[in-house]
Structures are given as structure tokens and as C-alpha cells.
Design a protein around this ligand. Structure first.
Ligand code: GDP
Ligand code: IMO
Ligand code: MG
Length: 441
């Protein structure tokens, strides 16, 4: 049975949560493979609006097992809170498990993130301040503490004390005199005993959910179970291929899913690239199609473009087909989900960025991120559309909206199979991929 991956095709917040929710109706196992509470995936259904940060977006279907994979960095307090929120709203979390290999985001990781952003001043990156890079930095420095370590108190004691001592050395040598007040102990230092007490509380709350996911995933693969892997962010914020340094600290591509979920890369044969009918970003860094006039305000209001994790207003711009094509090539999108077509409804004209120009010269594809700061987008203008009140099937789409989708298919060279026309679960049209089209595989 093929494994399907849901991957962001732009700068994040494309509507991945909604697509995972839609596909999870037919999934047995849903795995989050990277990131942490920087992600905010929204699902709207009959029970209301759910904003998920760590728990996979398949949780609203009781039959699906939801695994927080080894590639995720887990803030245990946030996970405990999210599970309690779901339970309080009548959603069973019985099937939510977390890999013993996932790393823990410690309170001092968040503190370091906040501090670094403050030290950068006006040049801050605009991270979500969730401690993502410090947690991944400790992971790669091989001083990380893993979720499974909570079950081994003696090892945990040693690992936590080492990580704390190392962090305190950094803080002591920082020279900012503890000027950045971020909730550490006296004098800005981290207290290992306090942290170990917290670890004990985390163990108590999470122990029954901690699993060695390898056997579970292998059994699922062997038995032909339907597996869905859920990415966070989008390719433009990928650590290797995004707009470095304004990226996140994990791999957003399906290759990251293979490692971060524990699935052989070749098993991932369906890759759903998710994009909006326009482009948004939160945080700093180049975004060539950003709009700076009233049109951006229109899109922001109509699309409710405010960060799911931080509430920050999102930067809004026209659809960037260069970035979407770049993402499709790197991630091997086999199909495209185009979300929020309804948001542009009522506009006289819409634009698509078909290329970038640098000092008058048309570039071939995506340049490096420093050059990207300087490019000018080349636009194609298309007629706008007005969606009808009720839209239940692709045939209800106005001809102008179809024309827009056809242009995206031609530019990105991936068939569109799903179109979002509203926030609700039902507001998703399924399109037949044209025979013989297989996306970028
Ligand atoms: P994710 O991080 O990719 O899961 O996306 P977010 O949840 O952060 O942001 C997407 C936002 O758009 C959420 O508020 C969704 O409820 C909303 N959304 C998703 N698809 C559609 C759509 O087709 N139309 C409209 N109007 N809203 C949508
Ligand atoms: P989902 O999964 C949008 C952005 C931040 C910042 C950069 C690095 O909901 O699409 P980090 O906190 O990861 O160190 O921040 O990435 N960012 C997101 N933008 N959606 C997200 O997740 C994001 N997660 C991080 O704004 O620019
Ligand atoms: Mg989001």
C-alpha cells in the first residue's frame, strides 16, 4: 500500500491540516514527521475549530493511530495541554502515541530562541519562539534528551544535567548580563533539579503513550495499512532548500518524512503538495510576490491570515508559481491541492508570478536566498471569479476559476486533484487527475 505525504508547497500555512484531515478519513496511521509547536494546523468540522500544534491532524478520526514521529521535537507541556484540550472537547486521544526517539524541547530551548531573537534586534528572523532551533541544535550536537529517556531515570539524570550545564556555560559567556528576561532561574541560569522534577511530571503524564515506533510502522507497512505522513511548514522554509537563514531547522521535504517518520523513502509514492491560491508567510525573509497595498489587506481579512501559533498577521502576496514549481521538483509532488480559492472570489483580476527578473534579466528558476531578496516578480494577469453561494462539485466552479487552475497546472506541471473553497471540512472539491498525468515522479 503506498504511503501518502502531505507537504507544504510555499512558505507554510497552506492548509495542510485540512488536507490531512480529509485524507485521514481513509488512513490507518497518521504520522507527524518534523517540527514542533511552531506548526499550527487548523481543522474545522462539526465540533468546531481545532488548532493542532503537535498531535497529527488525523486525531479527529477515532480509528486512525496518530504517531508523533522521531523527527519531531516535542514540548511535553504543550503536548499534555493539547491532549487535554482535545479530550475536553470530546475527542478521544486514546490512539495518540509519541516516538521514544523524538527529542524534547526544554524550557531553556524556548528561552534561547527568545534571547537570540532579542539580540538580533531589528534583524530578527521572526521565529515562532517555540525553541525549535535550539532543540534541533542540541539534537545534532548529540546532547539532546529524548522522549524515551523519560523512562530511564538514571540516564535521564545524567543527560539533563549535561545539557543544562552546557546551556549555562553558553548563558554565562553571552555577555548580555541576563538582560533578556525569559523566565530562567536566578541570574538567567537553568536549574537542573527543577528540570528533573518537571521530567518526572512529564513521565507520569506521557509514559503510556511512549512507543518504539519502528515495529509499529513496519507492521503497518507489511499489512498494507494506509499510512499518511504530515509535514509542517513548506519547502521555502526547508532547512536545506528554503530561504536560509529564514528557515526552520528540519527537512520539510518527503525525504525528511522518510527519516522523520521511519519509513523507507521508496514507500512514499503519493506526495500531495499543498498551496494556496495566493501566497502568505509569517516571519522574515524574501517573499517576492508580497503585496504592500490594500489588496494585501483584502486577502488578509478575507482569508483570516493570522498565524495559528503566534497570531501574527501573515504577509500576503500573489501566487508564486516559481516557488511552487521549485517545491514540486524537489518534493516530487504527484498532485497539488489548491486551497482558499474562495478568498480571491470577487476580485476583478488576479495575478500569478511566472518568473523572477534580476536587474532586467529573466532568471531560470529559483535563485539563492540572498539573490531572491533583489528579484522582481514577473506577473501574468487573469480574470477574477466570483464563486456561487453553494459549491458542491467541480462543475460549479466559474470558468475563470478553472482557467486559473489550468494555468497553475501548466506552470507547476502537476495535476490539481483537490481545491479548497471554504474553511469547513466539506468545502473541498475533488478533481479527477487527467489520465496519464503522474505529477513529478
Ligand atoms: P497549515 O499550517 O498548512 O495546516 O495551515 P493553517 O491551518 O496554519 O492555515 C490555513 C488556514 O486556512 C486555516 O485557518 C484553515 O482553516 C483555513 N483554510 C484551509 N483551507 C481553506 C479554504 O479552502 N478556504 C478558506 N477560506 N479557508 C481555508
Ligand atoms: P505550519 O506547519 C508558517 C516560520 C517562522 C519563521 C521560520 C522559523 O503551520 O505551516 P521556527 O520557529 O521554526 O524557528 O521559525 O519559520 N514558521 C512558520 N510559518 N507556518 C508554520 O508552520 C511555521 N513554523 C515556523 O515564522 O519565519
Ligand atoms: Mg499553520
Amino acid at each position: 500500500m503506498p504511503v501518502a505525504a502531505v507537504v507544504g508547497g510555499h512558505w507554510g500555512d497552506e492548509g495542510k491540516g485540512k488536507i490531512v484531515d480529509a485524507l485521514a478519513a481513509e488512513a490507518d496511521l497518521v504520522i507527524r514527521y518534523n517540527g514542533g509547536t511552531n506548526a499550527g494546523h487548523t481543522i474545522v468540522n462539526d465540533y468546531g475549530i481545532f488548532r493542532l500544534h503537535l498531535v497529527p491532524s488525523g486525531v479527529l478520526y477515532p480509528s486512525a493511530v496518530c504517531l508523533i514521529g522521531p523527527g519531531v521535537v516535542v514540548n511535553p507541556d504543550a503536548l499534555i495541554e493539547e491532549l487535554a484540550m482535545l479530550e475536553a472537547r470530546g475527542i478521544s486521544t486514546r490512539n495518540v502515541v509519541v516516538s521514544n526517539r523524538a527529542h524534547i524541547v526544554m524550557p531553556h530551548h524556548q528561552m534561547l530562541d527568545v534571547r537570540e531573537e532579542a539580540l538580533r534586534g531589528s534583524g530578527s528572523h521572526g521565529t515562532t519562539k517555540q525553541g525549535i532551533w535550539p532543540a534541533y541544535a542540541d539534537k545534532t550536537a548529540r546532547v539532546g534528551v529524548r522522549v524515551g529517556d523519560l523512562l530511564h531515570p538514571a540516564y535521564l539524570d545524567e543527560a539533563v544535567r549535561y545539557q543544562v550545564a552546557r546551556t549555562n556555560r553558553v548563558l554565562a559567556g553571552s555577555g548580555d548580563g541576563g538582560a533578556v528576561e525569559v523566565g530562567a532561574g536566578d541570574g538567567g541560569a537553568v536549574d537542573a533539579d527543577d528540570l528533573l522534577e518537571r521530567c518526572a511530571r512529564w513521565r507520569e503524564a506521557l509514559a503510556p503513550r511512549i512507543v518504539d515506533s519502528h515495529g509499529m510502522v513496519q507492521r503497518a507497512l507489511r499489512s498494507g495499512a494506509r499510512i499518511l505522513v504530515e509535514g509542517h511548514l513548506g519547502v521555502m522554509r526547508d532547512l536545506d532548500w528554503g530561504i536560509y537563514p529564514y528557515v526552520t531547522s528540519s527537512t520539510c521535504l518527503p525525504g525528511g518524512a522518510a527519516a522523520g517518520a521511519g519509513i523507507p523513502a521508496a514507500s512514499i509514492t503519493r506526495v500531495v503538495g499543498v498551496v494556496k491560491a495566493y501566497t502568505t508567510a509569517v516571519g522574515a525573509g524574501p517573499m517576492p510576490t508580497e503585496i504592500h497595498d490594500a489588496t494585501a489587506d483584502f486577502i488578509r481579512e478575507a482569508g483570516q491570515e493570522f498565524g495559528t501559533t503566534t497570531g501574527r498577521p501573515r504577509r500576503c502576496g500573489w501566487f508564486d508559481a516559481v516557488a511552487a514549481r521549485f517545491a514540486a521538483e524537489l518534493a516530487g509532488f504527484t498532485e497539488l491541492a489548491v486551497m482558499k480559492l474562495d478568498v480571491l472570489s470577487g476580485m476583478d483580476r488576479v495575478k500569478i508570478c511566472t518568473g523572477y527578473r534580476l536587474r532586467g534579466i529573466l532568471l531560470d528558476g529559483m535563485p539563492d536566498s540572498v539573490t531572491l531578496q533583489e528579484v522582481e516578480p514577473v506577473y501574468e494577469t487573469l480574470p477574477g471569479w466570483r464563486l456561487p453561494e453553494r459549491i458542491e462539485a467541480p462543475r460549479d466552479l466559474p470558468v475563470e476559476a478553472r482557467l486559473f487552475l489550468d494555468r497553475l497546472v501548466a506552470l507547476v506541471e502537476v495535476p490539481v486533484t483537490m481545491v479548497g473553497v471554504g474553511r469547513e471540512r466539506e468545502a473541498l472539491l475533488r478533481l479527477e487527475a487527467p489520465a496519464g498525468s503522474e505529477g513529478r515522479r
